[in-house]
Design a protein. Structure first.
Lengths: 402, 393
C-alpha cells in the first residue's frame, strides 16, 4: 500500500460533525465553566456528548455494552476538533475520562460488572472517578500505599488518594489498593466502591490554575468496607487493567493537546492581522509571524506523530514508544503554542477579554494528564536505547583508555 | 472491533529494498571515505562515479529516461537521501545526490533537444558535473535583485557580473548562469544561459574554504565580457527564474532526507557513546541529563521524517506542496542543528576531536541547513501560507 495521508470521506464527515458540536455546545460555555469553576455545567456538556449521533463517551466501549466503538484515528480526529473549536481543555478531557475509566471493567470485569457499569459510562448518566494517584505516588505506582484486606468476606480499604477527579459527585469510584504489599505493582488490585460508602470521604478539593470545572479531590479511605464481589477481575492484576488502555488513551489525548495548540495558534494569527503597531498589522513583523509559523509547523508534525501511533494501534501493533513520543512532542508544542499566543496578544493576552490566557493556564496543567512529559521521555528513551547497539570495538576502546 | 483507517504509515516492500540498498551504499562507499574527503576538501570523483553505477544510478534520479536518466519518485529519493547520509555520515554525500536535481533544471525546462542530449547524459553517467550560478556577493534568496547583466550584441549574448557560491564551477563541464536581460523587470527580467566550459570570459577568481560540507566547492566567478552564441539562451528571455525555481519544491523535499539522515547519524553516535562511557560508576546513558535530550532528538527526527514524507507524497500525487516542503525543511534544519550539537555535548571534549566523526557532522550540519534557501526563507514561505486564508473582520 505504501504511505498515504488521505482521510476517508467518512473521516472528513466525523471531523465536520465534531467541529459543529464543539462550536455549538462547547465554545459558548468555555469561559463560564472556567470562570465559575463549575463542574455541574461541565457535566451537562458531558451528557450532550453522550447523545447520538455523537456518542463520544462510548468510543472505547463495545457495542454489546451500549458503547459506540471507533478506531483510534477517528477518535484522534474528534479529539482535535473538540479541543480546537471548543477552545476548552476540560471539555475535551471529559471525553478522555470516559475513554480511560471503562478500562478496568473492559479488561478485567466480570460479565455482570460490564453489564452494570459500562452502559452508565457510555450514556454519561453516572460518573465514575478513578482513584489511583496518592499524595506520595504518581507514575511509579508500585509504591502505592492504600491497602485492601479481605476480612470475613468483606474487603476493607484504608489509605489516601489524590487527584481523584470528580470524586464528590461520582456514583462509583474505581479504587486501586494493594492486596499483596510484598509484590510491588503485581500486588495491586482494583475495586469498585459505590458513592456514599461509609469510610470513603472527600476531604479536600484543590483549586487548579487550569482545566477548571474539573475537580481534583483528595480522598480519605478509612475502614471502608465493600462486598467481596466488588473486586474487579483478579487479585494482583489491577495495574495491568489500569494501564491496559493507557497507550490508546494517551494517543487520543495527544490529539486533544494538538487541538488546543491549534486554537491558540488561530487566535494568535487572527489577532496579529487585526492589531496594528507602527502603522502596520503586527503580523507583518517577523518577530510575530515567525514564532506562530514555527508553531504551525510543529502542530503538523505532532499530528503526524499522533496519527502514526493511532494507525499502529488500529493495526493491532504495539505502539507504546510511538505514543509516548507523540505525547512528549505534543506537550512541548502545547506549552509553546499557548505561550506564543499570549505573547502575540501582548498585555491583552493576559486579560479575560481574549481566550488565550485560559488556554495558557489549561495547557500548563493538561500536559501532565496520563503521565508527565518526563515519563513519556523515559518510555521513548528505553525503547531507543534498546534498539541501538554500540559498534564493535567501542567498548574495548573506551575500557582501554579508562 | 474497529474499522480500519486507510493505510497510512507503511513502506512497500520495494521501498524497503530501496532503503536497504541505499544503506549498503552509504556504509560501503561513503563511510570509509568520509574523514578523508572532509580532510582533503577535494571533489571525490570516485564517489561520483560509484553513485552513477547500477544498481544505484543515483546521479540519474531527477533526469528523464530519454536522457539516460533513472527517474524515481520523490518519496523514494527521500528514502535514499536519508539512508545514504545516515550510513555515510557525510553531508557531501547528500549534496551530491541533490546536484542532478538542482543544476540542470533550466536545461530541462528551457533547453533545446540538442542541449539536453549534450549536457544531461554525462551527468547521469557520472563523467561530468554541471553547476548553477544564481547567487551573487550581495544577493541570495531575493534573486530578483541580481545585478549580473546579459546584453544582446551583434547576434551574441555578452555577460558581465560576479557570482558567488557557484558549487563545483571549477570542475563543471557546463554552468547555467542567471543574468538580467530586462533590468527594469525584476524577477521577470532574468534569463538563464548555458555556459559551456571553458569560456574565456568565465573566470573562477576565488575558492572560499568552508567549515563543513567539505569536498563541496564554493567558488566565486567573474563574468568578464563572457560571450555566448545566441542559442545559449535557455528557453525564453525573462523566464530564467521560473526555470530555476521550477524543481525547487522537489529538491528541497529530498534535501530534507539528507538533513534527517545526518541528524540520525549524530544521534546514533551519541547513543552508542553514552551507553559505553562510564562516569561515577555507571554509563552516562543512565543520567537523564544525557539520555532525555537524545530521546527528544529521536522524537523530532521521526516528526521531521513524517513531515517530509507528507510533502513527498503530495509531490508524487502532483499536488502543490510548496508550504509543506518549506515546513519540513525548517523543522529538519532545526533538528539537524540540535542533533549534531547534542552529539558533541554527549561526547564531551572528545567530541571535538577528529577521533570521533561527530565534530565533522556538527560542522557539516551548521552549513548544510542553508542549502536551497535558508531556514528563515522557508519560514517566510510557511508564514505567507499560514496568514493567507484567515480573514479578519
Amino acid at each position: 500500500m505504501g504511505f498515504s495521508f488521505d482521510l476517508t470521506p467518512e473521516q472528513e464527515e466525523l471531523r465536520r460533525q465534531a467541529a459543529e458540536f464543539a462550536r455549538r455546545e462547547i465554545a459558548p460555555l468555555a469561559a463560564e465553566i472556567d470562570e465559575k469553576d463549575d463542574s455541574q455545567l461541565l457535566l451537562s456538556v458531558g451528557q450532550k456528548m453522550a447523545q447520538p449521533p455523537y456518542r463520544y463517551l462510548g468510543m472505547h466501549i463495545p457495542e454489546e455494552y451500549g458503547g459506540h466503538p471507533r478506531s483510534l484515528i477517528d477518535i484522534c480526529i474528534i479529539m482535535e476538533e473538540i479541543a480546537a473549536i471548543g477552545q476548552s481543555a476540560i471539555c475535551a478531557a471529559s471525553i478522555e475520562g470516559a475513554l480511560l475509566s471503562p478500562g478496568p471493567f473492559i479488561k478485567g470485569g466480570s460479565e455482570e460488572q460490564k453489564k452494570k457499569y459500562l452502559p452508565l459510562i457510555a450514556r454519561g448518566e453516572e460518573r465514575i472517578s478513578f482513584c489511583l494517584t496518592e499524595p506520595g505516588i504518581g507514575s511509579d505506582v508500585a509504591g502505592l500505599e492504600t491497602r485492601a484486606k479481605l476480612v470475613d468476606n468483606t474487603w476493607v480499604l484504608n489509605g489516601r488518594k489524590r487527584y481523584a477527579s470528580f470524586a464528590h459527585v461520582a456514583d462509583y469510584h474505581v479504587v486501586f489498593a494493594k492486596t499483596d504489599p510484598e509484590k510491588g505493582a503485581r500486588g495491586i488490585s482494583a475495586f469498585v466502591v459505590p458513592g456514599g460508602t461509609p469510610g470513603f470521604t472527600v476531604i479536600e478539593r484543590i483549586p487548579c490554575i487550569g482545566m477548571r470545572g474539573h475537580q481534583d479531590e483528595e480522598v480519605l479511605i478509612e475502614d471502608c468496607r465493600i462486598p467481596k464481589e466488588n473486586l474487579i477481575g483478579e487479585e494482583g492484576r489491577g495495574m495491568r487493567y489500569a494501564l491496559g488502555a493507557l497507550d490508546e488513551s494517551r494517543t487520543t489525548l495527544t490529539s486533544g493537546f494538538i487541538g488546543l495548540a491549534r486554537a491558540a495558534l488561530e487566535e494568535g494569527v487572527r489577532f496579529s492581522k487585526a492589531r496594528k503597531a507602527f502603522g502596520q498589522p503586527i503580523a507583518e513583523f517577523q518577530a510575530i509571524s515567525f514564532p506562530l509559523t514555527e508553531v504551525a509547523i510543529e502542530i503538523e508534525a505532532a499530528r503526524l506523530l499522533a496519527y502514526k501511533a493511532a494507525w499502529l494501534g488500529d493495526q493491532g501493533i504495539r505502539h507504546t514508544a510511538e505514543t509516548a513520543a507523540a505525547k512528549a512532542f505534543a506537550s512541548q508544542l502545547l506549552i509553546k503554542a499557548t505561550n506564543v499566543a499570549v505573547e502575540v496578544h501582548g498585555g491583552f493576552g493576559g486579560t479575560k477579554r481574549f481566550p488565550v490566557e485560559r488556554m495558557l493556564r489549561d495547557g500548563r496543567i493538561w500536559v501532565f494528564a496520563q503521565g508527565a512529559p518526563n515519563i513519556q521521555k523515559l518510555i521513548v528513551m528505553r525503547d531507543l536505547y534498546k534498539r541501538l547497539e554500540p559498534p564493535p570495538g567501542l567498548v574495548e576502546e573506551l575500557a582501554a583508555r579508562a | 472491533m474497529f474499522e480500519l483507517a486507510p493505510s497510512f504509515f507503511e513502506l512497500t516492500p520495494e521501498q524497503e529494498g530501496t532503503r536497504r540498498q541505499a544503506r549498503e551504499f552509504g556504509e560501503r562507499e561513503v563511510a570509509p571515505r568520509a574523514a578523508e574527503i572532509d580532510e582533503q576538501d577535494v571533489f571525490p570523483w570516485d564517489l561520483w562515479h560509484k553513485m552513477a553505477q547500477p544498481p544505484y544510478r543515483y546521479t540519474g534520479m531527477f533526469i528523464p529516461e530519454e536522457y539516460e536518466g533513472w527517474p524515481r519518485k520523490i518519496f523514494d529519493i527521500c528514502l535514499i537521501c536519508e539512508e545514504v547520509t545516515a550510513a555515510g555520515k557525510l553531508a557531501l554525500a547528500g549534496v551530491l545526490m541533490e546536484m542532478p536535481g538542482v543544476g540542470p533544471t533550466a536545461i530541462l525546462k528551457g533547453g533545446n533537444e540538442e542541449q539536453k542530449r549534450k549536457c544531461l547524459p554525462p551527468i547521469v553517467r557520472g563523467e561530468g558535473m554541471g553547476a548553477f550560478a544564481l547567487t551573487e556577493p550581495g544577493v541570495g534568496s531575493d534573486a530578483a535583485a541580481i545585478s549580473t547583466r546579459a546584453e544582446y550584441v551583434n547576434g551574441k549574448y555578452v555577460l558581465n557580473g560576479r557570482k558567488r557560491y557557484t558549487s563545483f564551477a571549477s570542475i563543471a563541464m557546463w554552468v547555467v548562469v542567471y543574468a538580467k536581460t530586462g533590468p527594469t523587470k525584476g524577477a521577470r527580467g532574468i534569463s538563464a544561459f548555458l555556459v559551456e566550459q571553458p569560456n574565456q570570459g568565465f573566470l573562477i577568481i576565488d575558492r572560499v574554504p568552508c567549515m563543513g560540507a567539505r569536498g563541496h566547492q564554493d567558488e566565486e566567478v567573474l563574468l568578464q565580457n563572457c560571450t555566448l552564441p545566441k542559442e545559449s539562451l535557455l528557453g525564453e528571455e525573462g523566464k530564467g527564474l521560473k526555470y530555476a525555481l521550477a524543481t525547487l519544491d522537489e529538491t528541497r523535499t529530498t534535501l530534507c532526507g539528507g538533513f534527517i539522515g545526518l541528524a540520525r547519524a549524530a544521534m546514533e553516535e551519541g547513543i552508542n557513546y553514552a551507553r559505553e562511557r562510564v562516569v561515577f560508576g555507571r554509563p552516562i546513558a543512565q543520567y537523564q541529563g544525557v539520555c532525555f535530550p537524545l530521546a527528544e532528538v529521536a522524537v523530532e527526527i521521526e516528526a521531521a521524517r513524517l513531515l517530509m514524507y507528507k510533502a513527498a507524497w503530495l509531490a508524487d500525487k502532483g499536488v502543490r506542496h510548496t508550504a509543506e516542503t518549506a515546513a519540513a525543511k525548517v523543522f529538519a534544519s532545526q533538528v539537524l542543528l540540535k542533533a549534531t550539537n547534542l552529539a558533541v555535548e554527549v561526547h564531551g571534549g572528545f567530541g571535538c576531536t577528529k577521533r570521533y566523526p561527530i565534530e565533522r557532522m556538527f560542522r557539516d550540519g551548521r552549513v548544510w541547513v542553508f542549502a536551497q534557501g535558508t531556514p528563515n526563507i522557508q519560514k517566510l514561505i510557511v508564514a505567507r501560507d499560514l496568514f493567507k486564508p484567515i480573514r479578519i473582520e
